[in-house]
Structure formats: structure tokens, C-alpha cells
Ligand binder design. Structure first.
Ligand code: BES
Ligand code: MN
Ligand code: ZN
Length: 497
């Protein structure tokens, strides 16, 4: 969909549908009061009939409002003003999009940006509204043989703002559109099943992205032989049980000054995680196609950053392979040597994410000397148990970086929650046969996984995002969310400000 800004007189706007909020109970927002006046009390009359109390998510579609040029007027309930926060705001926008898509309206002008969202600037409201609308309109039907019978007409939403705010608002919409394009890419890649989205497919997609920004992006893909030469023994160990060739994708975006150290984003790219010889149970195993969501988010962020032409150097590093129990697969008890030289006893082949990430993190350090390194991974079920599905887990060895990510989380609505990375937890990774084990036992599983990665990032300013709970939803809403693309783009926007 397309988004824009509208600041003309509401009653004169030529659109298929105007959208106006109503607070509980029966309280018109400013745009509604204005339209009520020009229409000679038409709206207050309807409220008096009791058809629209303003309950959260309630909608009412009106036609032929007197003295109003628009073909339709959609009222959307926003609930009680005292309870109106981010999540209610999102609900209202989702209801708006769904209601509009059910009409024949091809475009809409929405005054919902004026809803009283506490603690949020107009810029933040418009970002939230645009990103939420775009997410709500998303469908993944690439693999359905029959597409939707009657295609939805809705193609454009313009947010109604006062004319003095139009410039600021346009900038917010521009950011939101770029973020949404990144989210869209990440969702599509993650939703695509393992028989389509292989390591080779991810490398092809990275190439397409690089080719769409030829003057600012450069791609290199390490093949198995390259990784053997480099001695990326941990990544290769995971790959050896699969028939699909592994890749390590290195995608650079050069928007900053030459010589400026890059921010490195390292994304876990397990295109299917069967668990390997430590095979997972069958229930919900299909969801392990989402185990490359970290990789998908890196590509999404890079797309958004390139679209916004941010003045920054950025490198995306994507170690990618399947985790399969083939005849040559690694076995519990096997010891492998990582690129860093540290040896690892693999006590559980299902703890594979940290194995591919540790080599990618060492490679990031050696090749790019990044100013900041952030890895993004669907790393542990334990993180989902601890936090549920609302925030991503945050770990960092550098306090200011953790604070910056929390701030970006609050601003973007794509939130994080910090775990400790204390020395004491390192004990749990002791091995009798190698420098460390790849598992730390049941207690604090998300933390010991992060502690494992911390052993490979000692010289870096590093943060780890465990997105096992946030990258996708299960049940009847099963599908990728595109998180944490909004968080990371916001972090980079703040860095550039
Ligand atoms: N990809 C999984 C983590 C995961 C689990 C993501 C559930 C999303 C939902 C990861 O590779 C894994 O299997 N982790 C194990 C680690 C354990 C063996 C130490 C886990 O969380 O059970
Ligand atoms: Mn696993
Ligand atoms: Zn995994």
C-alpha cells in the first residue's frame, strides 16, 4: 500500500472514505466534531441513536454525510481515553484497515493520527500507525494455487494532519514506509518454508538486494570450501548433516564515510532446525522453518537503511545452513574447533545456533573491526519461557549499547528486555573434553546460550537479541512478524541523528 499526508479541509477532501475516531462513550475526536458541525449535527445524531458508543475496535460505516465530499465516513471506536495506549492504538488501526478492506474503497483519508496517545509525539504516532496498517494488510499467499477471489481495492491511506505539521508528518511516513518494506521482506523470507528458503535461496535474495542498490551495496558469499579454508569449524560442523550447501553471506552497505567503522548485524540463518541427531519432537517442528528469522531481519534492516540512504556503514553477516540428522551429521560428544581456535564439545546437536553464530562473530571481528556488533537469533526456547512473546531478549557486554537498544525499543514499539550476562553463569558451560560445552543445562538456558556467544565477542561492543519469542506467532496466527526490523532500524536512525 501507499501512504501520504493530507491537510486540506476535511469536508472537501475527495476520497472514497474518511476515517474518524470516537472515544468512549460517544465522544467525537476533533475531526469528528468538525465534521459534525459542517454536516449540521449528523454525527451526534447517529451517536444519540446508540449505534456507536466508541468501544475499542467498534466500527460504523456511513454513506452520504451531508456537506461532505467523501463517498464514505468510517467511525472507529478507540475505547476509554484513560486506557488508550500503544496496543489500543494498534488495535484501532488494524480495525480501520480491516473495515476499509471490506468496503469498495480504493483509498482513505484517516484522522486517527489525532487520537490522544499519551507520551507519543505526532511523529511517533504516524510511524506506529503506518507500520501497523502495513502489517495488517499483509497476506502471504505466494504458495496458494488460487489467490483471493475479489482482490481488495484499498491501495492508499493518507493521514490527516494540520498543515503546519505536514513536513514532519511526511518524514515519519517516509521512515515508516522504509521500515515496512524491510519488515515485508523479512516476513516473506521467514514465512517461506524450508524446501524453498534454503541457504542458497537466502544468498540469491541477498544478491538481488545488493543489485537493487548497486552503488552502495557489495555482496560476498563464502562457500563451503571458503569456510574450510578459513577454518570455520563450528559452522561447518552443523552443516555436515545436511545435503544443502551452507553459505556465509557478507552484505555491506556503504552509506557512511570511507574508513568509518561499520555496525555489524549477524543473523542466525538456520533454514530448518530439525535438532539434528538430538532430534526435536514432532509437535510444531514445522515452526523451525522460522529459525532463519534473524537472517531475514538482517536483510530487512539493510533494505530499509538503503532505502532511507542513511549515512552509515553497515555490514550484514549471515551464517546459513540446515540442521539435519544426515549420515555425516555431528553427534553428541563430538568436539570441533571454532574459527577463534576455541574448542567446543557438542553435547546437544540442537544447540546449533550458537555454533554457527560463534564463527560468524569471529569473522565479523576479523574482517570488519565493527564499532558495534549485534547478533539476532531465534536462539532458545528458554527465552520464550522467560519472557513470553512481547519483548525480545537483550544481552550486552556494553552498558551504553544496551541502553541505546532499550531506547530504540521504546520509540519503535518493538521492545526488548535485558537479561544478566554475569560471569557466574559461565561455569555451566564447563566441559571435561574441550574448552567449553555447547549447552549449559536447564537453568537459565537463554543466559547460558548468550554466555557462550560472549566468549567470542570479548573485544567487541556486542549485543545479542534472542528473538525466539518475537520473530513469529504460532496457532491460527502462525506466521513471521518481521521483528526486530523496526527496533534495529530505529537504533540506526538514532545513531545517525
Ligand atoms: N531454534 C531453537 C530455539 C527455538 C526453540 C526457537 C523454540 C524458537 C522456538 C534452537 O536451535 C534450539 O533448539 N535451542 C535449544 C537449546 C537447548 C538444546 C540447549 C532449546 O531451546 O531447546
Ligand atoms: Mn536447535
Ligand atoms: Zn535453532
Amino acid at each position: 500500500m501507499e501512504y501520504g499526508i493530507e491537510s486540506g479541509f476535511l469536508e472537501q477532501v475527495a476520497t472514497s472514505c474518511l476515517v474518524v475516531g470516537v472515544l468512549e462513550s460517544q465522544q467525537l475526536t476533533p475531526a469528528g466534531r468538525y465534521l459534525d458541525e459542517v454536516s449540521g449535527g449528523f454525527l451526534s445524531e447517529i451517536l444519540r441513536l446508540g449505534d456507536m458508543e466508541g468501544r475499542l475496535g467498534q466500527t460504523l460505516l456511513l454513506h452520504r454525510v451531508p456537506n461532505v465530499v467523501a463517498e464514505r465516513l468510517l467511525l472507529v471506536g478507540a475505547g476509554k481515553e484513560s486506557e488508550f495506549g500503544d496496543s489500543q492504538y494498534r488495535d484501532v488501526i488494524i480495525k480501520m484497515v480491516n473495515a476499509l478492506r471490506d468496503t469498495g474503497a480504493g483509498d482513505a483519508v484517516s484522522a486517527l493520527a489525532e487520537l490522544p496517545l499519551r507520551g507519543r509525539s505526532l511523529h511517533e504516532c504516524l510511524r506506529l500507525a503506518t507500520e501497523t496498517a502495513e502489517n495488517a494488510a499483509y497476506r502471504f499467499d505466494a504458495l496458494k494455487s488460487k489467490k483471493e477471489e475479489t482482490p481488495r481495492k484499498l491501495a492508499r491511506i493518507a493521514w490527516r494532519v494540520a498543515s503546519e505539521d505536514a513536513t514532519l508528518a511526511a518524514q515519519a511516513v517516509r521512515e515508516a514506509e522504509a521500515i515496512s518494506h524491510g519488515v515485508y521482506l523479512a516476513r516473506n523470507l521467514a514465512n517461506l518454508p524450508g524446501n524453498f528458503c534454503t541457504p542458497s535461496y537466502l544468498a540469491d535474495q541477498a544478491r538481488l538486494l545488493a543489485e537493487s542498490f548497486p552503488e552502495r551495496m557489495a555482496l560476498e558469499v563464502l562457500e563451503r570450501e571458503d569456510m574450510e579454508r578459513l577454518k570455520m569449524g563450528a559452522l561447518l560442523a552443523v552443516a555436515q548433516g545436511s545435503r544443502e550447501p551452507p553459505k556465509c553471506i557478507l552484505l555491506q552497505y556503504l552509506g557512511g564515510k570511507t574508513g568509518d567503522k561499520p555496525v555489524a548485524l549477524v543473523g542466525k540463518g538456520i533454514t530448518f532446525d530439525s535438532g539434528g541427531i538430538s532430534l526435536k519432537p514432532g509437535d510444531k517442528m514445522d515452526e523451525m522453518k522460522f529459525d532463519m528469522s534473524g537472517a531475514a531481519s538482517v536483510l530487512g534492516v539493510m533494505k530499509a537503511v538503503a532505502e532511507l540512504a542513511l549515512p552509515i556503514n553497515l555490514v550484514g553477516i549471515i551464517p546459513t545452513t540446515e540442521n539435519m540428522p544426515g549420515g555425516k551429521a555431528i553427534k553428541p560428544g563430538d568436539v570441533v574447533t571454532s574459527l577463534s581456535g576455541q574448542t567446543i564439545e557438542i553435547l546437544n546437536t540442537d544447540a546449533e545456533g550458537r555454533l554457527i553464530l560463534c564463527d560468524a562473530l569471529t569473522l565479523a571481528e576479523q574482517r570488519f573491526a565493527p564499532i558495534v556488533t549485534i547478533d539476532i537469533a531465534t536462539l532458545t526456547g528458554a527465552c520464550v519461557v522467560a519472557l513470553g512473546r512481547h519483548p525480545s531478549g537483550l544481552f550486552a557486554n556494553h552498558e551504553p549499547l544496551a541502553e541505546d537498544l532499550k531506547k530504540a525499543g521504546r520509540a519503535s514499539g518493538d521492545r526488548v528486555w535485558e537479561f544478566p550476562l554475569w560471569e557466574e553463569y559461565q561455569e555451566q558451560l564447563k566441559s571435561n573434553f574441550a574448552d567449553m560445552s555447547n549447552i549449559g543445562g536447564r537453568e537459565g538456558g537463554a543466559i547460558t546460550a548468550a554466555c557462550f556467544l560472549a566468549r567470542y565477542t570479548k573485544t567487541l561492543h556486542w549485543a545479542h537479541l534472542d528473538i525466539a519469542g518475537t520473530a513469529y506467532l504460532g496457532g491460527d496466527k502462525k506466521g513471521a512478524t518481521g521483528r526486530p526490523v523496526p527496533l534495529l532500524v530505529q537504533y540506526l536512525l538514532h545513531r545517525c541523528a
